[in-house]
Ligand binder design. Structure first.
Ligand code: MG
Length: 248
């Protein structure tokens, strides 16, 4: 990775927005298989404390899944690409899908999942994610299928593409919207935003942060509107750790 792409040293008076899978932890073969290690929990807890609470996780995961992995650590969280958000005061903000649409899509997928055991459907609550990590040859099929099902449901739904996943979600809310909402509230308000992510759905977050002259950081290679790059999960952790060293 070119040196010019490396982000400037992090500052504790910034607002930190962090994707989780592929950014803070390595991606596992199945969504349930991820492991959040004690070193990461300690790093995030220290950064949260040292920055005056200005750390939020912004993930495609369900919020309840993230909280289970965080244990006793309470943070502002945005789950399911911002459709559910727990603000710094602990208040919940939830955008629901049109009732009935999800049931119909699941019904349509049932025989297809039976035919293709490599396809894995994850019902996150507000979104439906079709994972094909175990059957990469079905990538084009999975995206076409989910696009058609979203269009057929015809009720304000859209397809969100990701790494080895095609996901149907309500239209109009994304990670950029979640970051913008956090930035309207303390302790994020008035700070320079940083967003780190690795996937297509993170592009909305990069664009929002770029508009605010913040620091957008893409993890790994691939096209992105992010202004800076970090090589991998280990590089992200080292970079975040530098904020704490600077504050010692
Ligand atoms: Mg990710």
């Amino acid at each position: 990775m070119a040196r010019a792409d490396l982000p400037p040293a992090p500052q504790l008076d910034w607002a930190f927005f962090l994707d989780v899978d592929g950014t803070l932890i390595d991606i596992a073969d199945t969504p349930e298989a991820v492991h959040v290690d004690a070193a990461l929990l300690a790093l995030i807890a220290r950064l949260h404390r040292a920055s005056g609470g200005a750390v939020a996780l912004v993930s495609g995961r369900a919020l309840s899944f993230m909280q289970r992995r965080l244990g006793r650590l309470r943070l502002p969280l945005a789950g399911q690409h911002g459709l559910e958000r727990r603000d710094a005061k602990g208040r919940m903000h939830v955008r629901r899908a049109p009732p009935g649409a999800k049931r119909a899509i699941k019904r349509a997928l049932t025989p297809i999942l039976a035919r293709h055991p490599g396809l894995l459907l994850e019902d996150k609550g507000l979104t439906l994610a079709l994972h094909y990590r175990l059957a990469p040859q079905l990538a084009a099929y999975a995206h076409r299928l989910m696009r058609q099902l979203a269009a057929a449901a015809g009720a304000g739904l859209e397809l969100q593409r990701g790494k080895r996943v095609a996901e149907i979600k309500p239209r109009g809310i994304d990670k950029g919207a979640a970051i913008t909402a956090f930035l309207a509230e303390p302790p994020f308000k008035g700070r320079r935003p940083v967003f780190i992510g690795d996937d297509l759905n993170d592009e909305h977050g990069f664009a929002a942060v770029n508009r605010l002259h913040g620091i957008s950081i893409k993890v790994g290679s691939g096209r992105s509107c992010a202004r800076f790059r970090l090589r991998d999960v280990a590089a992200v952790r080292t970079w975040l750790g530098a904020a704490l060293k600077a504050g010692d």
